[in-house]
Design a protein around this ligand. Structure first.
Ligand code: NAD
Ligand code: MG
Length: 387
């Protein structure tokens, strides 16, 4: 019996694959367009959306001429633009989009993730919040619609690359690295006086404000542990977090035979963005800075200071609890970070707010979109009222 012929490459059969970019005006969205400018034979932009930055969206629309442009809030922009939160789902389900890069920040990305998967599309997922809050629903949507999620988050991209063709059964442990954030070395007393400007100084990554604060509290790492649990089907007991201040080793997989495989590279999101589009293939790209092991040295690892950064364990406990708890964790965190960014909450109040929301809303089921959004809303109310 002869082997089946290899599937033809899209570029040979249908021309460039269509991509919808949700959140195109943000940090990931702008990086993605930089990557796509180097890959024009393979990909074309068919949809762009933003929340409120009409000027940047207009520039991008002029440069890329997508068929669909969506601006979620604000009255600005041409009459042909799509409006409101529906514009995210409209872009995510656009018939010319084979791939949806969801680079929206926060729970606002949920419906687009679900809708794209239901339509059998590849979701290149930066919006980890949608997977954290509704992991089971996202998995069901993918199963029903035949869609797939490929992570953009650098740690999960690393794990995917370390796994290669191995199945989840071969994994003994995932070791997720964390930079430790700007407060990694701050003594407890100094940490009590942490200010917004300090929290926004990330040592190794330049990102949007919300994820930058999440990296300072380590809530981001909790979101990533839950994200890894759902993406790779690995139990929470098999996921470990280690601080690696240089952000060169993006994560590691320990296999059942004890071998540990790591993925390394300079901290740039352009590689994981590109890989989420090309996986399992690799394509040549000269845009990512070359890795120099001598310049990157030394590579060090240290334990997490859990007492100083309680949001990490709160989030992992929520992941273990299941039901709506991850959605409560996510929503309480989003609301607390929003208040912190507005100067209406201190850094050290973020974790206690999350804790209170989790305690008051424990045991809520999360078996439907409505149940999850209700839990999300209740968590936000608790945080606002506590403040
Ligand atoms: P950002 O704040 O820079 O950009 C967010 C984008 O989403 C913007 O285009 C904004 O217009 C849009 N947006 C915001 N709120 C919206 C809403 N309610 N409805 C519709 N659109 C909305 O954020 P970012 O740093 O690019 O992060 C985006 C996502 O990627 C987050 O989930 C983050 O955790 C994840 N991520 C980011 C990085 C990074 O390096 N920036 C790395 C890993 C993961
Ligand atoms: Mg990450």
């Amino acid at each position: 019996m002869s082997a089946p012929a290899p599937a033809p490459r899209d570029t040979e059969t249908h021309g460039p694959r269509g991509i919808a970019i949700l959140g195109s005006t943000g940090s990931i969205g702008v990086s993605a367009l930089r990557v796509l400018a180097r890959q024009r034979e393979r990909y074309r932009v068919v949809a762009l959306t933003a929340n409120a930055n009409a000027d940047r969206l207009a520039e991008q629309a002029k440069a890329w001429q997508p068929a669909y442009v969506g601006l979620v809030s604000g009255p600005d922009g041409p009459a042909t633009w799509h409006r409101g939160a529906e514009a995210l789902v409209g872009a995510a389900t656009h018939p010319d989009a084979a791939i949806v890069l969801n680079a929206v920040v926060g729970a606002a990305g949920l419906d687009a993730t679900l809708a794209a998967l239901e339509q059998g599309k590849r979701v290149a997922l930066a919006n980890k919040e949608s997977l954290v809050m509704a992991g089971h629903l996202v998995a069901e949507a993918a199963r029903r619609g035949g869609g797939e999620i490929v992570p953009v988050d650098s740690e999960h991209s690393a794990i995917l690359q370390c796994l290669g063709a191995r199945s989840g059964r071969d994994i003994r442990r995932l070791i997720i690295t964390a930079s430790g954030g700007p407060f990694r070395t701050w003594a407890d007393e100094r940490l009590r006086g942490a200010q917004l400007v300090d929290a926004l100084q990330h040592p190794t990554w330049s990102m949007g404000r919300k994820i930058t604060v999440d990296s300072a509290t380590l809530a981001n790492k909790a979101l990533e542990v839950i994200e890894a649990h759902f993406l790779f089907g690995v139990a929470f007991d098999q996921i470990e977090v280690v601080v690696h201040p240089q952000s060169i080793v993006h994560s590691m997989v320990e296999f059942v035979d004890g071998s540990v495989v790591a993925q390394l590279g300079v901290p740039s999101m352009e590689l994981p963005i590109l890989y989420a589009l090309t996986h399992p293939d690799r394509v040549a790209d000269d845009g990512v800075p070359r890795f120099d092991p001598i310049a990157a040295s030394p590579l060090t690892f240290e334990p997490v200071r859990h007492e100083a950064f309680p949001a990490l364990q709160l989030g992992i406990a929520a992941g273990r609890a299941g039901g709506a708890a991850p959605a409560v964790f996510n929503a309480a965190n989003e609301q607390a970070v929003a208040l912190f960014l507005e100067g209406r909450m201190t850094f050290n109040d973020i974790a206690p707010c999350i804790d209170e929301a989790l305690q008051r809303l424990s045991g809520i089921p999360g078996d439907s979109r409505d149940a999850i959004l209700a839990a999300d809303g209740a968590a936000r109310t608790i945080v606002r009222e506590r403040n």
